[in-house]
Design a protein around this ligand. Structure first.
Ligand SMILES: [Zn+2]
Length: 606
């Protein structure tokens, strides 16, 4: 196979770009009606067909059979012009520019000069395809704006970008002069269907599970899916099976995930460390592992609720069926929620092994946390203060929904038209129910005020901080549960950011609550040894404690813990990498700084 699949099977017509049919149909119609815009902005994640569609547009505009009513705006794909543009051979009338490598003013000037040249023939269009357009400098956009204000006849600009918001920041006026299209992320089912077609053409047999694995690994990018398939094909001969895909792509075997489920189910917290060490030895990417484990938890949840998980192999499905009594749905939701919330911090962390171990140990201890809660709940009826009605505990017990009941309630609240892609949001939302019962129980033990739902916007009003003369028992009851603090963490970060403490907020994103003791002391563990973050956190301790008290009145004190050098399992980053990573993070967090860097054209990232 000399030609890479992604090139060989690059679509030749709008109809071929099936997944983005909403965009393709509009462009095809514009060509059929002769109403082509001067500039298009194609936005969307990488590998979803932006440049491909731009090339099809260029082909259609310059097709020798253009105007043929039987084509209806499609390029013929056969004529010399179509062939030349499709194959990427040099064409006078189609200019592809990669803005990632052409940022400077000189290029903008050159672009303007070149745009002045008319197309090579009277019936032809000059098409500029600018890839990674968000990388263009302000000067380049200024030059382009002048062209777009008085566009030369039969010149079309197609800007493709993964980050349209950066264009909005750097060159807002451009947006009103382009026709914008947003491309969809490509779902695993669409990717599988395309791979099936391509492999049939190649006369290669492929197992359905194997294709599903490639589709998952491609993570929404058709281009990645095809080049991953190239890799798998290069690994051997004959039919493609799951083993070959796993070996070629370095994926974690599903058996490993199942083994991990058993460790968690059997509370073998101590075994977590050996398990993770084995992954590290095998050179497994922890980020990919976390995503894969999330998929398995989601599949087990589906099985537990009597559904069919679509994205796992037959074998894994059987293994999950055997384990469907092992976890309560509520516990699976809590684990999924914790894993989902960890993910963004995880990607940035230099301490992934530590974070993964900590999370899995928590999972292994999760059930015991719940049973401890129920013990407290049982005690809650009589003890606190002695002035509680004896029935309060019983009420709490009745009020605290069992996991399936809360799920049923959730199902009533959530209409079945919730898009599947929002499952993370659904889970996060659904997860509030069991936690709410836990926190309301804690509250009932302290005072008899009715449990307010946790989703209220003003958590401060939910339970006023205990005023002076608090009893020992109320202080004890007030110490929050670690899981609850972790679940609230994003809100805490947002509150600090809203209060103008943006450096501290960034530092908080690099920290996880690691321990909450009975006195209400919260220990934060930084995910990297970083004096700036440590200093930032030290300086906002009082504000942070009062912010935490909005949700958890029992919080007394804050301890910041930096990771110890000895525990660092990852190779050390160079100062250079740390610096550029930090600048990248700052740029992402702070639009003003980002704009300033762009305006001054400082090349900080380099
Ligand atoms: Zn043609």
């Amino acid at each position: 196979m000399s030609l890479a699949l992604a090139r060989k099977y690059r679509p030749k017509t709008f109809a071929d770009v099936a997944v983005q049919s909403h965009v393709a149909a509009t462009l095809k119609g514009a060509i059929a009606l002769g109403r082509v815009a001067h500039a298009y902005l194609l936005c969307g994640p990488r590998g979803v067909g932006k440049t491909t569609l731009a090339r099809v547009l260029a082909m259609a505009l310059n097709c020798e059979r253009r105007g043929d009513p039987s084509l209806g705006g499609e390029p013929c794909g056969e004529c010399a012009s179509c062939q030349r543009i499709w194959s990427g051979a040099s064409s006078l009338d189609v200019v592809e520019i990669d803005a990632a490598s052409n940022r400077g003013v000189d290029d903008a000037r050159e672009l303007r000069e070149r745009a002045m040249y008319a197309p090579s023939g009277d019936d032809r269009y000059k098409v500029y395809i600018v890839d990674e357009a968000h990388m263009l400098t302000r000067e380049a956009w200024n030059a382009l704006l002048k062209i777009l204000e008085e566009p030369p006849p039969r010149v079309v600009f197609v800007f493709a970008t993964t980050e349209p918001q950066k264009i909005a920041q750097a060159a807002a006026p451009v947006l009103s002069r382009v026709q914008r299209f947003d491309f969809k992320r490509i779902g695993p089912a669409d990717i599988r269907a395309r791979l099936e077609r391509v492999l049939r053409e190649e006369h290669v047999e492929a197992d359905a599970d194997a294709l599903a694995m490639i589709a998952r690994a491609a993570d929404g990018s058709m281009r990645d899916a095809l080049s991953l398939t190239d890799q798998v094909l290069a690994m051997g001969e004959g039919a493609i099976g799951p083993e070959r895909v796993r070996d070629a792509l370095g994926l974690v075997a599903e058996d490993e995930f199942i083994a991990l489920l058993d460790i968690v189910a059997e509370h073998r917290a101590g075994d977590v460390f050996g398990f993770v060490a084995r992954l590290a030895d095998a050179g497994i990417d922890f980020g990919q592992f976390l995503t894969g484990f999330g998929d398995i938890l989601r599949a087990l949840l589906a099985v537990t609720l009597g559904g069919t998980p679509p994205e796992v192999s037959e074998r894994a499905r059987d293994a999950l069926e055997q384990r469907k009594q092992t976890f309560a749905a509520g516990d699976l939701l809590r684990m999924l929620s914790i894993a989902t919330e960890l993910e963004p911090r995880f990607r940035k962390s230099g301490q992934q092994q530590l974070l993964l171990e900590a999370m899995l140990v928590r999972f292994a201890l999760l059930d015991r946390t719940v049973s401890l809660e129920s013990v407290l709940r049982g005690l809650g009826g009589g003890t606190p203060g002695g002035d509680d009605e004896p029935s309060a505990g019983a009420q709490a017990r009745r009020a605290a929904p069992s996991a399936p009941a809360s799920l049923a309630r959730k199902a009533e609240r959530t209409p079945s038209d919730t898009p599947a892609s929002d499952w993370r949001a659904v889970i996060r939302d659904a997860d509030r129910a069991p936690s709410a019962s836990a926190s309301s129980t804690a509250r009932t033990a302290r005072d008899i005020s009715p449990a307010p739902p946790r989703r209220t916007a003003e958590p401060a009003s939910a339970s006023p901080p205990a005023s002076g003369g608090e009893s020992v028992s109320s202080a004890l009851a007030g110490a929050p549960d670690l899981n609850q603090v972790v679940e609230r963490w994003d809100d805490v970060v947002a509150a600090m950011r809203a209060a103008g403490k943006s450096v501290a907020a960034t530092a908080l994103e690099h920290a996880v609550p690691a321990v909450v003791n009975a006195r209400g002391d919260v220990t934060l563990a930084l995910d990297e040894a970083n004096p700036i973050y440590e200093q930032a956190l030290e300086s906002v301790k009082p504000e942070l404690v009062s912010t935490l008290r909005r949700w958890f009145p029992g919080v007394q004190r804050l301890v910041v813990r930096a990771p110890e050098g000895a525990a660092t399992p990852q190779p050390r980053l160079t100062d250079e990498m740390v610096r550029s990573e930090r600048i990248a993070v700052l740029r992402r967090k702070d639009p003003v700084l980002d704009a300033a860097i762009d305006a001054l054209d400082l090349d900080l990232a380099d």
